[in-house]
Design a protein around this ligand. Structure first.
Ligand code: HEC
Length: 271
């Protein structure tokens, strides 16, 4: 009897869990007006990507966003940048030492500039997710009704200006004629056999020639930047994942050995 009641209770809990996750899913994804976030696959063993990301971060983001849980020296070491080169090129304040935390360059009273204090980004990849960051930084578009003349599809009404605008160029929301998909999965055609188009809006498009980088170069820049933020969020991640493989490997070998031993012992019973 007791057991039956317990099973009923567990069933009830599982039902509740499903119910609430269904409600969450119905609320719309984390990337809001952007739709599905673009997928991001980090590569923490690509040291050059992390180095480029760090450089972009310090040049374009560090002025507003601290990384107060990491230290300069640790980043230089993990990214395999000799300390003298690192300090000469990426640290703009002579009083900073390798053991110092990266507390940011912005005085705290400057929150008034934006109405919101730019948050510390050490852990942003952990609480927002890398997909979100990768999409967010590429989803700014021109919107003259906003304070900085830009808005963002992933974070509508964000208080952060598009700091990479000169690199990316003027991105706008445009409308496009796209083919209507018929119920059989193919393009719908009219009686003359021509494809039927319908205007759809909300596509992001960069005005040609307004940015210093091509779309591909800009995407790569954001890739490296996001990769760096994933690293900063958990500097030990690459090592942890490597050790994980060793452990799996160890268990495989160990299982094989114990299987052999088991067979060896059983020979005594069978004879
Ligand atoms: C001029 C100051 C400024 C600069 C420079 C800046 N940001 Fe921001 N950023 C902000 C502000 C302000 C917010 C808060 C926006 C809000 O909540 O509306 C923010 C928010 C963010 C967020 C969302 C964090 C969260 O918890 O919601 C991310 C991610 C981010 N910035 C990344 C970057 C990156 C990467 C760069 C460099 C390319 C950068 N920012 C440069 C001011 C800045």
């Amino acid at each position: 009897m007791m057991q039956q009641k317990l099973i009923l209770k567990i069933n009830y809990l599982i039902f509740l869990l499903f119910f609430f996750s269904a409600i969450q899913a119905a609320e719309g994804g984390p990337c809001k007006d952007y739709g599905e976030c673009d997928k991001f696959k980090y590569s923490l063993n690509d040291i050059e990507s992390l180095q480029r990301g760090a450089s972009t971060y310090i040049n374009y983001c560090y002025g507003c966003h601290s990384l107060k849980y990491s230290r300069w020296g640790r980043v230089a070491k993990d990214l395999q940048i000799p300390e003298d080169i690192f300090f000469e090129n990426l640290v703009f304040d002579n009083s900073i030492k390798p053991g110092d935390l990266m507390v940011g360059a912005m005085p705290s009273e400057s929150a008034d500039w934006f109405g919101v204090m730019p948050p510390d980004l050490t852990l942003v990849s952990r609480y927002k997710g890398d997909d979100w960051i990768y999409s967010y930084l590429r989803a700014y578009y021109e919107d003259s009704s906003k304070q900085y003349g830009v808005n963002n599809l992933v974070y509508p009404g964000t208080a952060m200006p598009n700091v990479l605008l000169t690199l990316q160029g003027n991105q706008k929301l445009v409308c496009k004629d796209i083919p209507i998909i018929a119920s059989n999965g193919g393009e719908q055609r009219d009686n003359n056999g021509d494809t039927v188009y319908k205007e759809k809006c909300g596509f992001l498009e960069v005005e040609e020639g307004t940015g210093e980088l091509s779309k591909k170069e800009f995407d790569n820049l954001i890739y490296d930047l996001t990769n760096f933020l994933v690293y900063v969020g958990e500097p030990i991640k690459a090592t942890r994942e490597r050790i994980g493989w060793y452990v799996v490997f160890y268990f495989l070998i160990f299982t094989a050995l114990s299987l052999l031993l088991y067979r060896e012992f059983h020979k005594d019973y069978n004879s």
